[in-house]
Design a protein around this ligand. Sequence first.
Ligand code: MTE
Ligand code: MO
Length: 448
Amino acid sequence: MTFLLDRDEGKERLAASAHEVVDQDRSPHATRTVFDRLSSSDRRGFLKSTGLTALGAALGMAVPFGRHFPDGLVPAAFAQDTGSDLMSEKDGLTIHNDRPLNAETPANLLDDDITPYSRLFVRANGLVPQSALDKDASDWTLTIDGEVENELSLTVDDLKNDFEHVTLALVLECGGNGRAFFQPGASGNQWTVGAVGCPQWTGVRLRDVLEKAGVKSSAVYTGHYGNDVDISGDPDKVVISRGVPIEKALEPEALIAWEMNGEDIPALHGFPLRLVIPGYPGSVSQKYLTRIWIRDKEHDGPKMGGYSYRMPKYPVAPGTEVPEEDMEILTVMPVKSIITAPTTGTEVTQGQAVEVRGHAWAGDGDVKAMHVSLDFGQTWQEATLEPAPNKYAWQRWRAEVTPPEQGYYEVWARATDMNDVSQPAVTPGWNPRGYGNNMIHRLALFAS
Ligand SMILES: Nc1nc2c(c(=O)[nH]1)N[C@H]1C(S)=C(S)[C@@H](COP(=O)(O)O)O[C@H]1N2
Ligand SMILES: [Mo]
């Protein structure tokens, strides 16, 4: 299609205009490569001087709502990975790292209400344990100790036999999802939007197990342990051990799960047992769960302290060096949404309605409203928002947008939580490790 050719040519022209800063790259992903290689200051300068006007010129098409496009924002046509250059153990995921394995899902592959195994992001801090690779749970025991009346040692069968079974759809989102958009950048996996999913989990309530153990009044926090192995191979090194306030652990949606989507939890996701404690960063949902230590103080396992999963206690300017004692634990994840259809860069017809849809979720429960904009946030129309099947599941939203004339458009999608807090149009509070980015998701549409 000539239209498509023009657009690709346009992208290459835009890429070429940055040739003083980077070598020209003729790969199919030339533009993205150019943006990726620019240092953050180069990137800012480049965007300031060229921005949307240059985009329009490069594309050879109008940007009808261009006057509303905020300064310094990267057009979504270039800012988002369209999910093409991938490898495939997990059906189209983007691999950020292969040791430990870290991979996220392109937005257009997250359209299912219940995220299937093949499309669930993977975040490993260490190596998948042999017991999970072997699918061997015969000797598995889960210990509950610390501030409890009766220490428990439970096999997987004990859990299955002695407690009520619960099945819930629960969002699992990495605390660093969206990190890639912070300026200046933060170290860590450069997650864009797809370190999130909403599988269905079956197990028992953590609360029921803790009740059986008899939580003492001195209990204030949990500490979680798994049997995954550190990258160094050192068997004594704990890879990650996070926890939650005891009140959070006692919520009825916090599960010890053995099934995901009706099957044993896969090796990558925590076989044979994992915690799923929704609403908090994914890191509290320990995989390969072997022990829950009930603490009489805030848990202090690896990745609880320093800058890990911690935010400044007060707003800081981007790039600020924040003293360690001014950091606090990231708990409730902010309200967020994702556009899962159409795929960014889709060509549509002017004057014709296009269905856009996706999911919305919030760290403290349900989402109240969902809005979309086609004019870079100048006006917003309300989308339909389905109720969640259960608390902490994501909610389906749908809307129709109609590009009034030919040209470049972006769909912006914005969720609002029960406290009337909405997603910001630009990155929220910068923080040293790039957590909690809930800026609105955008996708590019080309109307002809
Ligand atoms: N044992 C163990 N549990 C873990 C981790 C880990 O590295 N080891 N990573 C945590 C992090 S940071 C996230 S975001 C989620 C990711 O879960 P998934 O890989 O099943 O998507 O698992 C959490 N639980
Ligand atoms: Mo994470």
